[in-house]
Write a protein that binds this ligand. Structure first.
Ligand code: ADP
Length: 218
């Protein structure tokens, strides 16, 4: 059975979510209080419903309890966002994601038990800042404030060098967790593993150490 996803609020973020999920093999239910917005999504989402999602009976009627994952992308109307999230959690939706407008909104959503809080502007600013400082970085995943897993493309500087010779863990405190080379994926590479230009290195470490490693070695 297809995974079923409900998106509440078709503002800029909600719209983008509906469009992305519609390209995947999931069933998409899009809900907004504004009829015009709902009409625009009739042909994109599997179901598009015009409803006030702060009303529990309305949520029951549209079958929210059968949804696997819900996104509350009502950002501006904080009270509506809190109420919808509370109702979805209370109705037993297994995974509730909600967009927060600011830190206080985020704290309340956390208290309600929202499973994932999204701060799109903050998250994209972070990504852009990290990418702008690094020409070789392809992707990064923040593990905490200070630690990340990153994908960095190897330059010709390390072409032909074995991992052991670079002494990365001792000198930089980072771990090379894997190497992605064409279709090959080398997990926990051995010290004798040799790097080639354009290898994608998966590195775990402190952000400062990763930056230093990238600048000085890769
Ligand atoms: P963005 O910043 O992503 O554009 P907005 O907060 O501006 O997000 O958009 C929120 C959307 O949620 C709007 O389309 C609005 O009509 C819808 N919305 C607001 N309150 C409710 C509600 N109670 N039920 C359903 N949809 C709502």
């Amino acid at each position: 059975m297809k995974k079923s996803i409900a998106i509440f609020g078709l503002g800029r973020f909600g719209e983008a979510l509906v469009k992305e999920f519609s390209k995947m093999k999931v069933e998409v239910l899009a809900v907004d209080i504004d009829e015009e917005k709902v009409n625009a999504y009739m042909n994109i989402a599997d179901y598009a419903v015009c409803a006030n999602a702060t009303d529990e009976q309305v949520l029951q009627k549209i079958g929210v309890k059968n949804v696997d994952q819900a996104f509350v992308s009502v950002g501006t109307d904080v009270l509506a966002s809190i109420l919808i999230s509370l109702l979805l959690k209370g109705m037993g939706v297994p995974e509730v994601w909600a967009k927060a407008k600011d830190g206080n909104h985020s704290k309340i959503l956390e208290k309600i038990g929202v499973d994932h809080i999204i701060r799109p502007e903050q998250e994209s600013a972070k990504r852009i800042a990290r990418h702008s400082l690094s020409s070789q970085m392809i992707e990064f995943l923040e593990l905490s404030e200070d630690y990340s897993v990153v994908e960095i493309k190897a330059t010709s500087k390390i072409d032909g060098m074995p991992l052991g010779k670079l002494d990365i863990r001792a000198k930089y405190g980072c771990t090379i967790a894997g190497i992605h080379r064409d279709d090959q994926f080398i997990i926990s590479p051995a010290p004798e593993e040799v790097f080639y230009t354009d290898d994608i290195l998966i590195i775990i470490g402190h952000n400062k150490d990763i930056t230093r490693l990238e600048k000085e070695v890769i």
